[in-house]
Design a protein around this ligand. Structure first.
Ligand SMILES: [Mn+2]
Length: 568
C-alpha cells in the first residue's frame, strides 16, 4: 500500500492555566485540560453545558416571521383548509415533514405530505410540487428544510393563490423570498438566538407556535423529540445548547418507548441506542429511500401507526440500503485499485464509465481519505465526463481547478469540494494541468496526514474514572467531537492480528516506568508493518464489555515509532 500510515500530530495551544487549575480540583488533570481547551473555566460551566438548553426556556415566537405564520395556521385549522407540507428528500427534510404531519393532524389540521423526486425534480421547492398542492386544493404551503432561496418557485406558488410559509435552516441571501413568513434562524434580523437548528427543528418551532395560536396544549408534541433527535444526528448541526437537550431527550424516548417505525429501523440490538447509531445506522436507511426509491416512503414509514406496513416499509428500506451499500462498495473498491496504479500522481484523477453519477462524490471522498491527496472521480454521462472532486487539508481545490480550467467545460465548488464537466478528449491534459497546479498550491508541509490530538497523557492516567467523566460529555458529534488522547514513548507489549481476515490489530500499550498497560485496537490496520521499539499512539476511549466485565479500551487512530519527545 502506498498510502502513508503514520500521521503528523497537531496539538492545541496550552490551555488556560487558571481554568485547568480550577477544574483540576474536581477531576484528574487530563480531563481538566480537555475541558479548559473546550473553553470551560470551572465545573459549573461544564454542568450547565452538559444540561443543554431547556426547550421550555425557548420562545418560538422570537423567530422572525412567527406570529404571522402561527396566525395563518390557526386560521387554516378553523376553516378546515388543507396545509401542504413540502420537504427535502433527506433525513432532515423527511423527519420535518413527518413531525409536521403528525403534529398538525393530531391538532385538528388537514395536511398533505410531499417530498420531491430526487432525480426528476431535484433539490428544493419544485413546480411539480406546487401544482400538486393546487390540484389538491391546498391553501397553505409550508417548505421544510428548503425554500429560503426558492424565489421563483415561491412567486409561482403565490401567483396561484397559495400562502407560503418557509421553515428552513440554510444560509439565506440578502433578499428573502416573497412568502407570507420566512423562518430561518440564520436570518440576520432573527432574534431567536439559537442559530444552528436542523430543518426539522425550525419546523418544530412552527408547530409549537401554531398550537399556541390555536389555543391548544403543545405538551404532546414532546413525543416527537425522537424524530427531532434523528434530524440533529443526521444533519450535521452542532450538538450543543438546544440541540443537545433535544438529542438527549429524543434518545431517551427511543430507548424507553420507541415508536414502531424507529423500532423497526433499529432492529434487534444489545444495549441502548446512541447518537452514533442514529447517524450511522438509522439515517442511512432513511436516506436510501430518497436515493434509490422515493423520499415519500420515509415519511409514510415514520408517520405510520399500523405494524403491517411498518414491517414491510422498514424491510424495503433495509434492502434498498443494502443494495446501495454493495453498489457503493464495489465502485469504491474499483476506484481504490485504480488509484493504486496512478499513485505516483499528486492529484489522483480517476475515470470509469459505469460509476453512478450520484456516487462519484463519495468515491472521491473515500479515495482522498485513504491516499491523503486531492482526488477527482469522473463518470460519463451523455458523452461528457462528469466529475466530483475532494481536496486534501491545506489545499485550495477551487483555485487549483481554476488553474486547470482551460481543459474543463465548466466547474464549481469551494476549497474542499467541487464538481466539473470535461470533454473525454481533454481528460489527459486536465490531469497534467491539475497536477501542476496542485504541486504549486499545496504546501509541502501539509502533504503528510495529520491528526489533532487534544491531550497527551500517561498510560496510568487512562482510568475508568476518566472514561466515566468522558461519558458525561456524550453524545459526541458535530460541535462536540469525541476527545482524542495521545500517549508517547510507550512499549508495544503485545500485538495480535484479529478479525475475519486479520485486518485489525490488537495491541497492549505498556508504560515501563509505571508498569501500567492499556489495551487497544487499531481497526483496518491491514498489512502495514508493526512499528518496533517505543511508540506513540493516538486514540479515542470507549468501554469494552466482555462477559459482564467493563474495561477501558483505546480505539487507536494512529500508531507510529515514537517521535522521541520526552516522557511527561
Ligand atoms: Mn437540513
Amino acid at each position: 500500500m502506498s498510502r502513508t500510515r503514520s500521521k503528523w500530530w497537531t496539538l492545541p495551544p496550552k490551555p488556560d492555566a487558571e481554568a485547568v487549575a480550577a477544574l483540576a480540583k474536581q477531576m484528574d488533570r487530563p480531563m481538566a485540560e480537555l475541558l479548559a481547551l473546550r473553553g470551560f473555566r470551572n465545573l459549573d460551566e461544564v454542568r450547565d453545558w452538559i444540561q443543554g438548553t431547556d426547550p421550555g426556556e425557548v420562545n418560538p415566537f422570537d423567530m422572525a416571521g412567527m406570529p404571522e405564520a402561527a396566525e395563518r395556521l390557526a386560521l387554516a385549522r378553523a376553516q378546515g383548509e388543507l396545509v401542504f407540507l413540502f420537504g427535502d428528500y433527506d433525513v432532515d427534510g423527511t423527519t420535518a415533514v413527518s413531525v409536521g404531519t403528525l403534529a398538525l393532524k393530531a391538532g385538528g389540521w388537514r395536511t398533505e405530505a410531499y417530498i420531491p423526486d430526487r432525480y426528476r425534480e431535484g433539490y428544493g421547492l419544485s413546480k411539480a410540487g406546487i401544482d400538486r398542492a393546487i390540484e389538491l386544493g391546498a391553501k397553505v404551503l409550508i417548505t421544510l428544510d428548503c425554500g429560503v432561496k426558492a424565489f421563483d418557485e415561491i412567486d409561482y406558488a403565490v401567483s396561484l393563490g397559495l400562502d407560503v410559509i418557509v421553515a428552513d435552516h440554510h444560509q439565506p441571501e440578502e433578499r428573502l423570498p416573497n412568502a407570507l413568513a420566512v423562518h430561518d434562524p440564520l436570518r440576520s434580523d432573527c432574534r431567536f438566538g439559537h442559530t444552528y437548528l436542523s430543518g426539522c427543528g425550525v419546523g418544530f418551532m412552527l408547530w409549537l407556535s401554531a398550537y399556541d395560536a390555536a389555543g391548544l396544549d403543545s405538551a404532546p408534541l414532546d413525543a416527537h423529540h425522537d424524530l427531532l433527535a434523528l434530524s440533529i444526528a443526521a444533519d450535521m448541526v452542532p450538538m450543543v445548547g438546544l440541540n443537545r437537550r433535544w438529542l438527549m431527550q429524543g434518545i431517551e424516548l427511543i430507548n424507553t418507548q420507541p415508536r414502531p417505525a424507529l423500532q423497526a429501523l433499529i432492529g434487534e440490538r444489545r444495549g441502548p441506542v446512541s447518537a452514533r447509531d442514529l447517524s450511522f445506522s438509522v439515517a442511512p436507511k432513511i436516506n436510501a429511500a430518497g436515493r434509490m426509491d422515493h423520499g415519500l416512503r420515509a415519511v409514510q414509514l415514520l408517520t405510520a401507526t399500523d405494524m403491517g406496513p411498518i414491517e414491510q416499509f422498514s424491510q424495503d428500506l433495509h434492502d434498498l440500503n443494502t443494495t446501495r451499500r454493495s453498489t457503493e462498495r464495489r465502485m469504491v473498491d474499483e476506484a481504490l485499485e485504480m488509484a493504486e496504479s496512478v499513485s505516483d500522481d499528486l492529484a489522483l484523477v480517476l475515470y470509469h464509465p459505469d460509476w453512478h453519477k450520484g456516487i462519484v462524490g463519495l468515491i472521491a471522498q473515500r479515495v482522498a481519505e485513504r491516499f491523503y491527496r486531492p482526488v477527482v472521480a469522473f463518470t460519463e454521462h451523455e458523452g461528457v465526463l462528469s466529475g466530483s472532486a475532494r481536496s486534501a487539508p491545506g489545499l485550495d481545490l477551487y483555485a487549483a481547478l481554476d488553474d486547470a480550467s482551460a481543459h474543463l467545460i465548466q466547474f464549481g465548488g469551494h476549497k474542499a469540494a467541487a464538481g466539473m464537466t470535461c470533454k473525454p478528449e481533454n481528460l489527459d491534459d486536465f490531469r497534467v494541468a491539475l497536477n501542476a497546479a496542485v504541486d504549486r498550491r499545496w504546501p509541502e508541509s501539509m502533504r503528510q496526514p495529520q491528526i489533532a490530538v487534544d491531550v497527551v497523557l500517561r498510560v496510568d492516567e487512562v482510568t475508568p474514572r476518566l472514561l466515566q467523566l468522558q461519558d458525561r460529555l456524550e453524545p459526541f458529534g458535530v460541535g462536540n467531537p469525541a476527545p482524542v488522547w495521545g500517549v508517547r514513548g510507550v512499549e508495544l507489549a503485545y500485538t495480535k492480528k484479529v478479525g475475519a481476515e486479520g485486518e485489525h490489530l490488537q495491541v497492549e500499550l505498556f508504560d515501563p516506568f509505571r508498569q501500567r498497560s492499556l489495551r487497544g485496537i487499531h481497526f483496518q490496520w491491514g498489512d502495514d508493518p508493526i512499528p518496533e521499539g517505543l511508540v506513540d499512539a493516538a486514540f479515542q476511549l470507549s468501554w469494552n464489555e466482555y462477559r459482564g466485565e467493563r474495561t477501558v479500551q483505546a480505539r487507536l487512530l494512529d500508531l507510529q515509532p515514537t517521535s522521541g519527545q520526552a516522557y511527561l
